[in-house]
Design a protein around this ligand. Structure first.
Ligand SMILES: *Cc1c(COP(=O)(O)O)cnc(C)c1O
Length: 236
């Protein structure tokens, strides 16, 4: 069995039933997605708009030429990278979720695109939990501002996404993840007290954990883990 199929099978066995695996296929070809798909994986993550739309086209062609045009059409795509507002049309028609909303400007643009195109987009707010300056995302205060605001007609805020500090120190990783869990719980409490109309009953997603820290993430309560390198190998 190929490494990809083998790893997908192992992860499906290892992860608790309520944890969704996003297979992060960025920088890997459509053929790698097809292999993971054949092993039963249906949720994939991409971080660059052009790459996402090119891969969708390639998969469509692969499906058509294999005589099964519907194959791959049940893939659930998650966008997990930095999204510029001028690239929305390459991404929003195809994705089930944008996990990486990191500015109010982007949130408004996704809402505006949805109004013009008749689509409500599920999003996560990216919370900056790492100690590196470079990782994008909102501060706690910014997120609390957004969820206590008036909300958006064409955007459903489904939860929080975060990336821990890149380190081997498990204590640091745990502290980063704990901040995300604590803000999530705070929002749920506000919602349940009626103070947070933007977070509806479907505010229920905590997306954290990648190749080197997904086991910690699962133990700490992640509902979504995003795993690339472990499944597909090093990115080239
Ligand atoms: C690339 C990426 C991942 C996957 O990282 P791996 O270490 O390869 O598992 C997960 N989340 C985001 C936001 C990413 O950009």
């Amino acid at each position: 069995m190929s490494h990809i199929a083998d790893t997908i099978h192992r992860l499906h066995e290892e992860l608790p039933e309520n944890v969704k695996l996003v297979a992060v296929s960025k920088f890997h070809p459509a053929e790698a997605v097809a292999e993971a798909y054949a092993a039963g994986q249906r949720v994939f993550g991409e971080s660059r708009p052009q790459e996402l739309s090119a891969k969708i086209v390639a998969l469509r062609e692969m499906a058509a030429s294999s005589g099964a045009p519907e194959m791959y059409s049940d893939i659930e795509w998650h966008f997990i990278g930095h999204l510029q507002t001028n690239k929305l049309k390459l991404v929003l028609p195809y994705v089930a979720m944008v996990e990486s909303v990191d500015s109010l400007r982007l949130l408004s643009a996704v809402d505006g695109w949805g109004a013009a195109n008749g689509k409500v987009t599920d999003v996560l707010l990216e919370y900056h939990i790492a100690s590196e300056e470079t990782k994008q995302g909102f501060s706690r205060e910014e997120i609390l501002d957004i969820v206590s605001g008036p909300g958006f007609r064409n955007v459903r805020i489904r939860g929080l996404m975060g990336m821990a500090t890149f380190t081997d120190d498990e204590e640091v990783i745990r502290a980063d993840f704990a901040r995300l869990m604590s803000l999530y719980d705070e929002i749920v409490r506000l919602r349940d007290a009626g103070l947070c109309p933007v977070a509806g009953p479907d505010f229920d997603v905590r997306s954290f954990g990648m190749t080197h820290d997904y086991r910690i993430a699962v133990a700490m309560g992640a509902d979504v883990v995003r795993i690339g390198t472990l499944i597909f190998g090093e990115r080239v």
